[in-house]
Structure formats: structure tokens, C-alpha cells
Design a protein around this ligand. Sequence first.
Ligand SMILES: Nc1ncnc2c1ncn2[C@@H]1O[C@H](COP(=O)(O)OP(=O)(O)O)[C@@H](O)[C@H]1O
Ligand SMILES: [Mg+2]
Length: 607
Amino acid sequence: MTTGVDVTSGARTVAPPAQTQNKQDAQTSKIMARLLRDYVRPHWSTLAMAMLLMALTAGTTTALASLLDPITAMFTRKDPHMLLLIPAAAFGILCLRAASMYGQQTMIDSLGERVVAEAQRDMFASLVHDDLARLNAVHSGQFVSNFLYDATQLRDAITRGVAAAVLETLTLIGLASIMVLKDWKLTIFALIVAPLVAWAMGRIGGSLRRASARSMEETATLTTALTEALDGRRIVKAYGLEDHVSERIGAQLGSRLRFLLKAVRRRAAAMPVADVFMGIVVALTLYYAGYQAIHGEIEINQLMAFVGSMVLALQPVRNLSQVSAITSSGLAAAQRVFDLVDSKPAIVDRPGAAALDVRATGGAVTLRDVGFRYTADTEAAVVKDLSLDIAAGSKVALVGPSGAGKTTIFGLLLRFYEIDNGAVAIDGHDIRDVTLHSLRGAIALVTQDAILFDESVADNIALGRPGASRAEIEAAAKNAAADEFIRNLPQGYDTRIGEGGLKLSGGQRQRVAIARAMLRDAPILLLDEATSALDTESERQVQDALTRLMKGRTTIVIAHRLSTVQDADRIYVLDKGRVVESGTHAELLAKGGLYARLYQHDLTDGA
Ligand SMILES: Nc1ncnc2c1ncn2[C@@H]1O[C@H](COP(=O)(O)OP(=O)(O)O)[C@@H](O)[C@H]1O
Ligand SMILES: [Mg+2]
């Protein structure tokens, strides 16, 4: 099972030893600073407006609390003037509060959604621009879970976390100032407990962050298992593996649930813990206040205002107790988002790289003593001392047993990977000296499985050259022997190809892919077993299309059926990453070596 967890180093978080706590705090504030700088700052005016409205909301809460004094006075002194004034004031304050809460909520939430969308855009752009090796290493399921869940946790950190912190802090300041005005000695009582609450919340937050990091890791594995099971649906059905994959997903859900539940308990703990501390404060204050009142040292309306403010302060404290928990998991997610965004491709244009222009020169391909291994720690090189000479406009075939390194050579030509020794050149230009864009623009690749996207047929062909006209698309399709069947589709060229091109047969899909390569009109053509997945009848049609595609281009063909490359100008026979023979079909047969044996084998196979 592929987990590819390395992409998110944050997901590997384990309980930090006590001495690294400071380091972690520094790390946390760095993530926070970056989040604010990169994603929140562009929306600073929305944020400023939202904060202004939060201040207004906090102000209305304070105003309500300060009404308690005159309200009590109204009852005790029976003042008829107050009878109209106070209800009107209460109504006015509540209306203002409603309006400011609406404004603040919509502003902060839309800010959160914008941040999510921007983070997701950055995540995908970074991933898709990364090296093929990295893309291969990251399982798509892993990425999807990062993409969907991490980004939303980040949003919650901003909207629920930061916003609540600002609003509730302002509210507490407002209420506390009323309490101080009414009785400063009593206020000190209430404040004694504040550091205790903060400490407890920090503990809960840290534990929650670890639990949610682990549950994210499990979510990534789950998405991976899900995509695998669905991608392999034909095999699952054919082999009767439904129960097996259901069990596998079930087990994965189970281990994810463990961490989710832990996170649930941590999150739920924050408020009750805050409540218990507040309970201590309330009890102590009530006792002290009651004592004062009994001994006549405090007026009843003052006391009402004080106790009322204290009760109103309960909710902000409870909300604040959640802030650390929410921002904790949000920051863990932000770390994973940043890890992904920060990953830079290793294969890039060298400074001052020129554009490769082979249209005039034709596109001769040379490999000189090329050596390559996929990973530094593997023993054997995949390609060793490999030299190929392919004249512009010629057709060359690479043949050899499976695993010989043929597909790898295509990857090296396209500079998907960097070679370890030797040189690869096109028309005498080392491919490391030209821009990647122009290099890949000079090459069209057709592989065994035609990759089609869930778009219209015309759009799929146009991917070969974005911006091509409809007439050019149709001409390419005609050349690829695809025009006829495309016209017979329900909406012709505008028919949408279903997920994975399910509505088309293998041969049809391959001809759409060939039309795409036709349109690309690149001087160099790479065919990697382009017909090997097809039946004999579609193979013949596709082969015809390919023959037209090859005309006038430098073509390198990897063929599984040797009969299809007999006409090649030169055939290279590869084995274990080396060229073991080369020559024309006739020369190689006469030699009686590996090629002759493979050819004999092909014939007796009846292929
Ligand atoms: N992405 C990869 N990472 C590591 N090893 C690979 C990768 N792709 C291919 N290989 C290995 O390189 C060797 C050559 O593979 P390949 O070029 O696909 O052979 P061919 O196309 O001739 O069948 C094989 O041993 C294969 O296992
Ligand atoms: Mg291959």
C-alpha cells in the first residue's frame, strides 16, 4: 500500500518532548505570521472592516451590561422617565448588535473562503509544476485529502479561531472595565483564575493538535485506499474483491476513527474545563459580593451590574477556550499546506537557457554515453553507457525485453529526469541548455493508454495545441482516422468524453490521442507501445493513422510487436539498459542475436 506520507512532514508529528516546547511555539508563530502575510494580508480591508464591526459588537455587549445599573435603579426608585427610555435603549442596542454581528460574520467567513480558494490554487499549482518523480511519489489520494481537508481547517483557524479571539477579547475588555468601575476589588478576584484557564487551554490545544495531525494522516491513507479501489474497479469486480476492499476500507476507517474521537474528546474538553474554572470565580465572587451587600457596603444596582457583567463574560471565556484548540489544528493543517506549496521542482531551466527551435533543423536526437538511475540508492543503473544516433526525419525503433529501459529513455529525452552521466542533445543542443517548455514543445508523446479528460472530443484534441481552430482540429482528426467515428457520436465533436474516456473503445481513444499529437505537429515523435493495448483490427486502423503522423518527423518507436518496426531506418535492441545490437531488420536477422530470437518468438506467438 502506498502512503507517500513524506509529502507532509507535518503529518508525522509525534508528542514533542518538553524541551522542544519553545521551539514548537516559535514554529507556531512563524506559521501564523506566514498565514497572515501570504493569505490574509491581501484582504486586509475586509479584515479591518470585520474587526471594526467586532469592536462594535463588543461595544453593544458592554452597553447592555452597563444598562443593568439603571434598570435596577428603575425598579428600586420607580422612576417613570426611565420606563420609556430603558426599553427603547435596550431595543436599539440589540438591533445595532444584530446588524454588526451579521456584517462581521459575512465578512470574516467570506475572507475565510477566499483564503481557502487561494491556498488550494497555490497547492495545486505547486504540485503540478513539480518534477514527475515527485508527482509519482505522491499518491493522488493523499493529495486530494490535503487539498480538501487541510484547506478547510485553515479556514476554520481564521474564521472561528482568530475572529473569536478578537471579538471575545474585546468583549471581555469591555465587560471587565464595567466590573472595574463597579467594584475593582471584586474584579481582581475574577482575574486571579485567568492564567490557570490559559494554561489548561494550552495543554488541551497541544494534545488536540497532535490528534488532528494523526487523523489527517489517516485521512490521507483512506483517500488513497478509496481512489485505488475505485480506479481498480474492473479488477475488483472480475476477481470478486468487493468484500476484500470493503474490509480494507473498513479497517482504515476504524483506525482513522480512533484519532477523530480523540480529537472530539479534546475539543469537547475545552469548554467544560473553562466552565469549571469560571464556576470557581462565580462562586467566590458571589460569596464576596453577598457578604459586602449584607454588610451594606455595596449598592444593589452596582452589584447587579457587576454580577450581570460577570455572567455575560462567561460566554466569551468559553469561546476563547476553543480558540487555542481550533487554531492548533488549523496551524497543523497550514504547515502541511505550506510544505506542499514550498516544494520546488529540481528540474528547471538553467539561467539564460535558450529556446530550442528544431522546426528548421529537423530534430536529430543523440544520446552520448548516458547513464541514469531512478534513485541514488539503487544498485544497478537503469540505463548504462547508452549511445543513440537518430538522424533528423528518420524512424528508429527501440526494442527489447520488458524492463530493458525503453520507456525510461523517453523520460530522459523529455527531461522528466536528470541523467547522471553523458549527454542528451537535440540538433546538437544539450537538452539541459534549452528551456523545458521549448524542449517538450518540440516533442509529441503517444503512449499505450490514451489519456483523455472529461471534456468534449474537440477539447481533448485541442490539448495538443491550445487555441487551435475547429477546422484544424477536424483536419487532425481526419488524419488520425478519427473523423468518421467522432461524427457518429451523439453530439459529434462536442460530445463529452465520460470519466476516463469510458464511452470510447480503446482504438477510438487512441485515435483521439493521435489526432492530438497530429495537431501538436511537433518535429519529434515518441511512440511508446501506442498500439499494444489494441485488438488486431483497431491496431491496423491506428497503425495507418500513426504512419501518417510519422511522415516528415523524427520518430522513435517502442514496439512490442516487432512486425510493426521492420521498416525502421535503424533498430536498437536494448537489454538491461544497454544497447546490445543495432542495425536494420535484415542486418539484425542475419546476425542471429537477441533480435533474431525475439523475432522468432514473436512469429511463433502468432502476433
Ligand atoms: N518511476 C520509476 N522509479 C523507479 N524505477 C523505475 C521507474 N520506472 C521504471 N523503473 C525501473 O526501470 C527499469 C526500466 O523500466 P522501463 O524503462 O519502464 O522498461 P521498458 O519500458 O523497457 O519495459 C525497470 O527495472 C523498472 O522497474
Ligand atoms: Mg515501457
